[in-house]
Design a protein around this ligand. Structure first.
Ligand code: G
Ligand code: G
Ligand code: MN
Length: 348
């Protein structure tokens, strides 16, 4: 049998922890009722105060954190700070916005164009998901993607984004506008699905997307936690003509074996490397990294190029493709089409 109780301490009370520790200590001994001894365990969650102290609020929050305490085992003691409570609240708001966007198909995709230094024009773009809450406030993608990964919504969200991109490619003459392929981010959680490849191929078939037009970005974290499905999905997709990029290279693990083992065509060097290129050590590391990637026969995208100086530096390194605010910020569908159109007119 299980019961949950909330004790509310009014005012500023420095002895709360001591009191709760004493309470916890009491549970280490049996309780004597009549002539019998009963043993019971207690998980204790100490929560900082938060605004609006209603019983519903207290019970709802304690339910969530009690689960976390129980995962730590019998008799666990968790201390939850106001900051953690706030983060939990934030997460709930994001989940609500995500659910709303999924239900109403309101997730947007923005496209930062990617410039080819050799061809002297935009040849591709990355698809970046954009989400706002009900008040129109922008929610950062790294944050909502993480929330969606944690609660599993990423599967539905990821397919929705993929479908949106396919529809966009289908509805517009991107090839005529100079596009060779579009890069789409996939989450590690998606790759753990046995049927990911089939699902993606199904959507592409529906919108008649040539496989060469799709490039999927995976990150090192995806590969670090790789399981059997990752490779199987990758190989199925590659056998159909889809290509892969390794994203955020130069951050995180940057394990050399990923470069060797993963069947990727493109390496996206993280903006942190480009933006600290002036530092002597970064400079050396970049020169060697670029030369190694090139010798492996892979192409390189430099991400986060913001200034003319950075662009010149990347040209000297003979980087293939540039993505960054120097050329353009991520654009909504309409503005993305406009920038491609004007480039075509200039080239004509
Ligand atoms: O623009 P920027 O702040 O958009 O992107 C932040 C992070 O969010 C990037 O690491 C990017 O990979 C991730 N991201 C953006 N869109 C998507 C998406 O559609 N799917 C996944 N899995 N990640 C995305
Ligand atoms: O998927 P990935 O983690 O690579 O996401 C790309 C991120 O990098 C996005 O958040 C995108 O907006 C950001 N980005 C791309 N180019 C630039 C740039 O020139 N400057 C800055 N500050 N961010 C950039
Ligand atoms: Mn990316």
């Amino acid at each position: 049998m299980e019961n949950r109780f909330s004790l509310v301490f009014e005012g500023k009370n420095e002895n709360v922890s001591l009191f709760l520790q004493a309470l916890q200590y009491r549970f280490e001994k049996p309780f004597q009722i009549a002539n019998l001894e009963y043993y019971a365990t207690a998980c204790i969650v100490e929560m900082d105060s938060f605004c609006e102290l209603t019983s519903e609020n207290v019970m709802e929050r304690s339910r969530y954190f009690m689960k976390a305490a129980k995962r730590q085992g019998k008799g666990a003691y968790l201390k939850i700070t106001a900051k953690q409570l706030e983060e939990k609240e934030q997460q709930k708001l994001i989940e609500k916005a995500l659910q709303h966007a999924i239900n109403h198909n309101e997730i947007e995709v923005h496209y930062p164009p990617i410039f080819s230094l050799k061809q002297n024009r935009y040849v591709s773009a990355e698809a970046l998901a954009r989400l706002s809450d009900q008040n129109g406030n922008f929610i950062r993608p790294d944050i909502f993607i993480q929330v969606a990964e944690q609660n599993g919504m990423i599967l539905e969200l990821g397919m929705l984004i993929f479908e949106k991109v396919c529809k966009f490619i289908h509805d517009n003459p991107l090839e005529e506008l100079g596009m060779e392929y579009i890069e789409i981010n996939l989450s590690v959680v998606q790759f753990m699905q046995e049927r990911l490849a089939e699902e993606l191929l199904g959507v592409m078939k529906m919108y008649k997307i040539p496989p060469q037009f799709i490039n999927l970005e995976i990150t090192e974290t995806a590969t670090a936690t790789s399981n059997t499905y990752l490779m199987r999905n990758m190989h199925t997709l590659i056998s159909k003509g889809i290509s892969f990029s390794l994203d955020d290279y130069g951050t995180g693990h940057s394990n050399l074996s990923y470069l060797i083992d993963l069947p990727v065509k493109l390496i996206k060097i993280d903006k942190s490397m480009i933006q600290t290129f002036g530092a002597r050590k970064t400079h050396i590391a970049m020169e060697c990294t670029v030369s190694m990637i090139k010798k492996l026969g892979l192409k390189i995208v430099a991400e986060g190029v913001e200034t003319k100086t950075q662009l010149e530096q990347m040209k000297q390194l003979d980087i293939d493709y540039i993505q960054g605010f120097y050329y353009s910020k991520p654009l909504n569908e309409q503005n993305f089409l406009l920038i491609l159109d004007s480039q075509n007119n200039q080239l004509a």
